[in-house]
Design a protein around this ligand. Structure first.
Ligand SMILES: O=C(CO)[C@H](O)[C@H](O)COP(=O)(O)O
Length: 226
């Protein structure tokens, strides 16, 4: 396993230590969350009674294979603890998420969660957010309008594709990867994006993370939010 995979795994295993019996757990999406989902599967196998809400169809399938009982978000009032990855995080624990395209469900699950733990390898920590383009999930009907609004706001826009076809999210929407350059004020940009009709969700997660657990070499560093 290379160093970044080891850091991802270490951060995931550290986060999973916080899970208690009978809790409802939010399961993230991506290559870091993968290690957490595997570990939650182990806890269930060892006899812990846990239920989970998944942030994507991919995660749902993985959890089902591991015997983790799944709930739909509409069946829960709140989630005790969510463990998810991120594409970038800063010292205020603001995030860019959505590299895997699951940003809408991830944001709903994070918003339902009492505790949102972000797990990451050390490459994800940045001084200023924005090197990673901001994923913006858009209803297909609104693609032209939203693209124009994002451009007016200063972004260079890329419609996400996979295998030479337009990428479709689990919600059958498109993703525009919006390059705003390095951000001076992520919260202000998040507010601006919230105002655009046709935007389902964007990848700026402001004040949603409770804690970031970052793998660094063979240990982990924990950053707590305020
Ligand atoms: O937001 C996400 C998916 O929508 C992921 O959490 C993010 O892309 C990080 O992924 P990885 O752990 O594979 O680097």
């Amino acid at each position: 396993m290379n160093w970044s995979e080891q850091e991802k795994k270490n951060s995931a295993l550290e986060a999973v230590k916080q899970i208690k019996d009978h809790q409802i757990i939010g399961l993230g999406t991506g290559s870091t969350a993968f290690y957490a989902i595997q570990a939650v599967g182990e806890l269930v196998k060892s006899g812990m009674s846990l239920q989970a809400v998944a942030t994507s169809v991919h995660t749902e399938n993985m959890a089902a294979e591991l015997g983790i009982k799944l709930l739909k978000p509409e069946e829960v009032k709140e989630i005790d603890l969510t463990i998810d990855g991120a594409d970038e995080f800063d010292s205020a624990l603001n995030l860019i998420k959505g590299g895997g395209g699951a940003l809408f469900r991830e944001k709903i699950v994070a918003s339902l969660s009492k505790k949102e733990i972000i797990i990451a390898d050390s490459s994800k920590m940045v001084e200023r957010l924005g090197k990673f383009k901001i994923p913006v999930e858009v209803v297909p009907f609104g693609l032209s309008y939203v693209t124009q609004q994002l451009k007016k706001a200063g972004a260079i826009c890329y419609l996400r594709e996979r295998n030479d076809k337009v990428f479709l999210t689990d919600n059958q929407n498109y993703i525009i990867d919006a390059d705003f350059g390095l951000l001076d004020d992520p919260a202000a940009l998040a507010e601006k994006l919230n105002q655009i009709e046709g935007v389902v969700a964007h990848g700026l997660f402001i004040h949603l993370a409770t804690q970031v657990i970052m793998g660094k070499g063979d240990h982990v560093v924990i950053y707590d939010g305020n």
